[in-house]
Structure formats: C-alpha cells, structure tokens
Design a binder for this molecule. Sequence first.
Ligand code: GSH
Length: 223
Amino acid sequence: MNLELYFAPGACSFVPHVALEVVKAATGQAFEAKLVKLHKGEHQTPAYLALNPDGQVPVLMAMGKPLTQIVAICDFLDRSFPQAGLLPTEPWARAQALSELAWMNNTAHPTFTQVFRASQFAASESAQAEVKKIAAARFRQHLEQIQGWIETRKNAAQAYWQGARITCHDAYAFTLLRWGGYAGIDPQSLPSYTAYVERVMAAPPVAAALERERIKLDTYKAA
Ligand SMILES: N[C@@H](CCC(=O)N[C@@H](CS)C(=O)NCC(=O)O)C(=O)O
C-alpha cells in the first residue's frame, strides 16, 4: 500500500507518525513522511487545503486518498495492519482504548490549544493571558488524569499503555506531556508520567519518529 504522512515536528501528527513506525516494524510496510512547515503557512496553501480543508496536520494519504483525524487514522492503520496490534480486537477492550484515544484528542488536546493559541479565543492581551492561565491549570488536571491511568497500568506491570507494545496512546501521552512544558508544567512534577514517557521514548518505533522530527522532552523552561 502507498502511504504518506503529512506531519509537522512536535505536533499531534507525532501520533500517526509513531503508529506508522510500529506498522513498519511489524509488517515491513514502508511510508513516506512529508514535512509541513506550519510557520511558513504550508498548511494553508490551496494544494494542502484540498487534502484537509481544516488546514491541519496530520493527513494520511492512503492509496492516493486523504484521511484526516488521528482517531480515524489509528483505526484505519489497525484494521489494515492487525499484526501491528495498535488496538485491541476484543470489542469492549477496543471501545475502551478508543474512548481514551478520543479523550486525548477531543478533551486534553483542545485545552492545550487554548494555551498555545490563546489569540484564537480572546481579543485583548489581558483576556488572552487569562484564557492561557485558566487553560494551563485545566491542562495540568488532564495530565494528572493521564498519570493516574499510567499508575494503574504500572500496577498491572504493563510497560506501555496497552501492554507490551507501543501504540498510538503512548505517542499521544508523550506529545501531551511535551506540550505541558509550553504550558509551564514541569514534567518532573509528574514523576510516574515522566518515568513512563522516558521508557516510551526509548522504544525503537518512538525513537525513530523522534529522530525524524528532531524533538525531545525539553520544552519546559523554569521561570
Ligand atoms: N482533531 C484533529 C486535530 C488536528 C490538529 O489540532 N492539528 C494541529 C497540530 S497539533 C494543526 O495542524 N494546527 C495548525 C493550525 O490549526 O493552524 C486531528 O485529530 O487530526
């Protein structure tokens, strides 16, 4: 299958990027990673908007057709390459896994957008500062919720989110903790979460995507 991923370094496209590395390791299926320079507005060109009218990454091109939305991309990759084990097959476990992935995508992620792009939510500088402050506090609660889920898995002796293999969830958990640094959240203040993310980063499919994107867990700067 011909697969291409449009991604931006450090963006949420890291999630399907890791998923594609997992698929490649499990099946040999190759993919092409296509860099989108958001700071140069490459996601707003007519050619890109024809792929994703929302002007966002990620876009997965599969068999020449564009697929958007992380949850849908993870589901498509799982169904196309079941050997990669991206999602459970048992219906209830699968629904739970999709529920957690959807929560990361539609709850934690948009809260961070309010921190990172406060100008989209308020006009004056003081109102933007307030949006940012309130959203950062809420984002910390989301990260604490993720840490709670990680501790449950640690008690069950699971190395990664879904057990022994890296999946989309691990890549999203890394991305959200990394973004936390931009929201003024010190990863060291979430010790179990950080220890888990360090383990995730060392796993070969994640390490390969980190290297291609040239990113690390280094966004937090002490005030
Ligand atoms: N729900 C979307 C979220 C996509 C999204 O928020 N993408 C961000 C990067 S993390 C983006 O492309 N932002 C550029 C912009 O909106 O200008 C998905 O799952 O794909």
